[in-house]
Design a protein around this ligand. Structure first.
Ligand SMILES: Cc1cc2nc3c(=O)[nH]c(=O)nc-3n(C[C@H](O)[C@H](O)[C@H](O)COP(=O)(O)OP(=O)(O)OC[C@H]3O[C@@H](n4cnc5c(N)ncnc54)[C@H](O)[C@@H]3O)c2cc1C
Length: 511
């Protein structure tokens, strides 16, 4: 890795360190999880003296007609997007978190799933598992509280109600869904998903979508990569191959290291910045694999992701059977919630357990006593002191909470008058399509766009019109790790300027 300038001229290492500190110290600022283009937000750090503004540079990128953005890192009820394997953590830590405590309290939520952490599938499975565990301890007719009305909580609550228990769901937000947040906004011509969007190939989840009449279409993810000068290049696996070799190298180590350390110590960081035949250096392709692959998939920097646990092979062959919902994905949550006793706008601040009961204190000043509790508090929330446990959680649980990582990923939805990027950027055949011998979509417009070279703010763009076949001029930008943490602090205006600058290569792209 070199020391060349990151955005704003900050040296790369300083930039990464600053981003990490900001991302994992648990930012105190509370902002809305999302806001609209029309709603101005106060900036969190007003400046005392006006800063001279640089003269605007002429841009080939038109202004969007509409914008929606998320801010999961500073969201007080998420504190991040999803869990990831931080170096030093193990899968057993997830299993530990999922183990009931004294038969009275059990954790669920994506971070407690060893099979599919960080996903809808993992959240759903964890809800089923927790409901089964707590039901095993409970007597018929007992009163059970479920904390959190996300997918894990509603799945657990539905299951427990079906088994005849008296269930109350307590949710901090004024809505259900948690990290599933569907917004219906006619300006986009398609449901806007500010949280989870892609659905994995999981029978239970696909069944739940079908039962809620949420249709899906296959997502192939045909990719196009352009250099910062706008020239389209054939995607190279050079960077991912280096990540794979570093991962394999790390398996022989007696202890875990970060992906960055594994790359350095295994000699996989290319020494030369000299461009290859495609005009991109091997170091450039490695940075591309990290910024458009590792970071959006983990929400974290290579300096903290586990080399032994994180498998980069997923970058070479995307999981088969990915699909996109054609109606709001929140329909699944609405169906699960139907008929449940849910208390909104009530954050749990204390969970006190004894041999016979569990008492919950809420931020409304109320408290309630139940027989048992399923907690789906996100890992990011458990890492803070927002919720007090009485007695304190046993040490192995505290260790798991501290050691597992919570990544930050945000999305921005932009609507334009016309798809200015589409005319010039065509797809290369996907690895998946090639592997499965499917008809290649090479030559047709790409659905996933990324930039190689430099340090892009946006990890990758998804062309919604192409991905869904609707043709809408809508792009979704995925912003990850330190960049997500940095951008969450920006006003809407500065945020839009930052992400539009990243679209410049597509406005001038030459195929
Ligand atoms: C930007 C983004 C993109 C994603 N993309 C995908 C994807 O494409 N595919 C995929 O499978 N997954 C994806 N995910 C992950 C997926 O959304 C999550 O794994 C899943 O929704 C987590 O569900 P959960 O029930 O475990 O947690 P949550 O949905 O977070 O539910 C926890 C609930 O607890 C509530 N809560 C928090 N604190 C308190 C408190 N003190 N008292 C009471 N309630 C509280 C929260 O408000 C929330 O409703 C994405 C996530 C994000 C953020």
């Amino acid at each position: 890795m070199d020391e060349r300038g990151a955005p704003n001229g900050i040296p790369r290492r300083t930039f990464l360190r600053a981003g990490l500190a900001a991302g994992f110290a648990g930012a105190a600022a509370i902002v809305l999880a999302s806001c609209t283009w029309d709603e101005p937000r106060p900036t969190t750090t007003p400046t005392a003296t006006p800063t001279p503004t640089a003269p605007p540079t002429p841009s080939a990128v038109p202004r969007p007609t509409n914008m929606r953005r998320s801010a999961w890192g500073t969201d007080p009820y998420a504190r991040g997007a999803f869990s990831f394997a931080e170096f030093g953590s193990t899968d057993q830590m997830r299993t530990r978190l999922a183990t009931p405590i004294g038969g009275r309290l059990v954790f669920a939520g994506e971070a407690t799933s060893s099979l599919a952490p960080g996903t809808l599938q993992g959240a759903r499975l964890s809800g089923l598992r927790a409901a089964g565990d707590i039901a095993g301890f409970a007597e018929p007719g007992e009163r059970i509280a479920v904390i959190g009305a996300g997918l894990a909580g509603l799945t657990a609550a539905r299951e427990l109600v079906d088994q005849g228990f008296e269930v109350i769901v307590i949710e901090a937000r004024d809505r259900i869904g948690g990290r599933v947040q569907s917004v219906v906004d006619d300006a986009f011509g398609t449901p806007v998903e500010l949280g989870s969007w892609l659905v994995g190939d999981d029978e239970g989840l696909v069944g739940a979508l079908a039962a809620a009449s949420v249709g899906t279409i296959p997502f192939l993810g045909s990719a196009a990569v352009v250099r910062i000068d706008g020239t389209q290049v054939e995607p190279s696996t050079a960077g991912t191959d280096a990540l794979v070799r570093a991962h394999v190298w790390s398996q022989a180590l007696p202890h875990d290291v970060s992906v960055a350390t594994a790359l350095l110590q295994s000699g996989e960081v290319p020494a030369s910045e000299a461009p290859g035949d495609d005009g991109v250096s091997p170091a450039g392709w490695l940075r591309h694999a990290i910024s458009s692959g590792l970071e959006p998939l983990t929400g974290a920097a290579a300096t903290v992701v586990s080399a032994q646990a994180w498998d980069p092979a997923q970058l070479l062959a995307p999981p088969p059977g990915l699909s996109l919902p054609t109606s709001p994905i929140s329909g699944v949550l609405d169906q699960l919630a139907d008929g449940l006793d849910i208390v909104l706008t009530s954050a749990v601040t204390q969970i006190a357990t004894n041999d016979t009961r569990v008492s919950l204190r809420l931020d409304t000043g109320e408290s309630l006593t139940v027989d048992r509790v399923v907690s789906t508090l996100p890992l990011g929330v458990l890492k803070t002191d927002q919720v007090r446990f009485q007695p304190p959680l046993p040490r192995p649980y505290q260790l798991a909470i501290a050691q597992l990582g919570m990544g930050v990923v945000d999305v921005v939805w932009l609507a334009f008058d016309a798809p200015f990027w589409r005319a010039d950027v065509a797809a290369d055949a996907t690895a998946e399509a090639q592997a499965e011998g499917e008809a290649s979509d090479a030559g047709s417009p790409a659905s996933v766009l990324s930039v190689v070279g430099g340090f892009p703010t946006v990890a990758r763009w998804i062309d919604v019109g192409v991905a869904t076949g609707s043709g809408e001029a809508v792009l979704v930008g995925v912003i990850a790790a330190a960049q997500a943490t940095r951008l969450e602090q920006l006003s809407d205006q500065d945020f839009v300027s930052a992400v539009l600058a990243d679209l410049e290569p597509f406005a001038t792209a030459t195929g």
